[in-house]
Ligand binder design. Structure first.
Ligand code: RNT
Ligand code: ZN
Length: 416
């Protein structure tokens, strides 16, 4: 018997069908974010990263052209099992032959190369308007700015992004999740909190008025508790974005698990939202003391989030995207570890005896529930993971890192 066959039997004793779990996971798309590859730099502006987010580190070999970024993403994806979706930011527009369009004038054609890239790899595309790292961010504000001209510029950007999202969906045949996040806020105690929020609300509504097919374009509102330089006030707080999504049919709430107080857990919030929203979206990250955007690992909270999606049978109601950016380590390894970690968390959740554990809870058998939850942790998960990787044609063990070392030698180290 192979190790997998043995493992399969052990799991079967717990009532778990590992073959079924693997077959299911292979169909679940997870979006890989292009911005880990170049420290959220993008191609459309020379402006430094701003808007309350920050990358630290200067690991050599960063992608600086669309071709390099695509090549690097290919490398990462070749080392990850599972179905992928591409996650783009508007700042990654590709301009050809010296042409340029500012953010409010972006058109589908500026993303044609990305569509070709995605189609050739059988991937859908998610999209994000870029409300940061741009000279039209005035006093740290975009959609909530008191300056009409600033607001107009960013509303037009949002509308352009809806049209581009519609184009992505039509071209790929896969719904496009379009996430709105702005870092709008204040460093110090504001005198008016409501004004910026009302302006944000109205601007958001105007963006959503841009025609789109709600079955194919899924606008989202992402909240945040605070950002670097905007520590005292964030217009798009949790209450603001959640209420916005709740009162605007077709708009999904997006929870980034780095965007809450450190004692708040998104794993606990998923079911709360599933009671009310037909669909929701996640940015999966790892906050270390704050929204630090560290690489996702297979830690307890990551596992718990995956469990909440899987055992509530919500894989088709929760759009999952990774969101982290570490510039201090090999960026392709960062992508790979993050993507593989989330795959492990999903597979682990699918290989738990979820139904019988629920039953123990409902029968009030709390001692047995604790015992069984702890015993389930000792099942031979690594053997199932290895088999899944084999089926997906990728390396299961740490040998994948040799590929990266080789790539660093042959490709990354030659970049200027
Ligand atoms: C920032 C938000 C946002 C960004 C990306 C680049 O705190 O998490 O989602 O990370 O849009
Ligand atoms: Zn995010």
């Amino acid at each position: 018997m192979t190790r997998y066959e043995e493992a399969k039997q052990r799991y079967a004793e717990f009532g778990v069908d590992t073959d079924a779990a693997i077959a299911k996971l292979r169909e679940v798309p997870v979006a890989l974010h292009c911005w880990q590859g170049d420290d959220v730099g993008g191609f459309d502006s020379k402006d430094a990263l701003s808007g309350g987010i920050l990358t630290t580190g200067n690991y050599p070999g960063k992608a600086t052209t669309p071709e390099q970024l695509m090549q690097d993403m290919d490398k990462a994806m070749s080392l990850c099992p599972g179905k992928k979706k591409l996650n783009l930011h508007a700042s990654y527009a590709i301009f050809e032959d010296g042409e340029f369009a500012d953010r409010d004038k972006l058109e589908p054609k500026h993303f044609k190369k990305w569509v070709e890239y995605a189609k050739a790899r059988n991937m859908g595309i998610d999209f994000n308007p870029t409300f940061f790292s741009h000279p039209m961010v005035k006093d740290g504000l975009t959609l909530s700015s008191p300056d009409e001209e600033v607001r107009r510029f960013w509303i037009n950007h949002g509308k352009a992004c809806i049209r581009i999202s519609q184009y992505f969906a039509e071209e790929t045949g896969v719904p496009c999740v379009m996430n709105i996040w702005t870092g709008d806020g204040y460093k110090d105690i504001p005198a008016d909190r409501m004004g910026p929020r009302m302006r944000y609300k109205e601007a958001f509504e105007e963006i959503l008025s841009e025609p789109h097919d709600p079955a194919m374009v899924k606008p989202c509102a992402e909240s945040k508790v605070f950002g670097i330089g905007v520590e005292s006030f964030t217009a798009g707080s949790a209450e603001f974005t959640l209420s916005f999504a709740a009162t605007h049919p077709g708009c999904l709430p997006l929870m980034d698990n780095g965007h809450y107080h450190p004692q708040e857990y998104v794993s606990d919030k998923i079911s709360a939202l599933l009671c009310f929203f037909p669909e929701l979206a996640l940015h999966i990250t790892r906050g270390v003391r704050w929204d630090s955007d560290h690489v996702v690992l297979l830690d307890d909270e990551t596992k718990e989030m995956a469990k909440e999606i899987v055992r509530n049978d919500a894989l088709d109601r929760v759009y999952m995207a990774l969101d982290f950016f570490d510039a201090s380590i090999n960026r392709i390894s960062a992508w790979t570890v993050g993507f593989r970690s989330w795959q492990k968390a999903l597979l682990n959740a699918m290989c738990l005896p979820n139904e019988s554990l629920k039953r123990l809870q409902d029968e009030g058998k709390f001692t047995e529930l604790m015992v069984m939850q702890e015993e389930a942790k000792m099942l031979p998960f690594a053997d199932v993971w290895e088999h899944y990787c084999e089926v997906e044609g990728v390396t299961a063990g740490p040998e994948w890192f040799n590929e990266i070392k080789k790539y660093e030698d042959e490709v990354l180290s030659k970049r200027g």
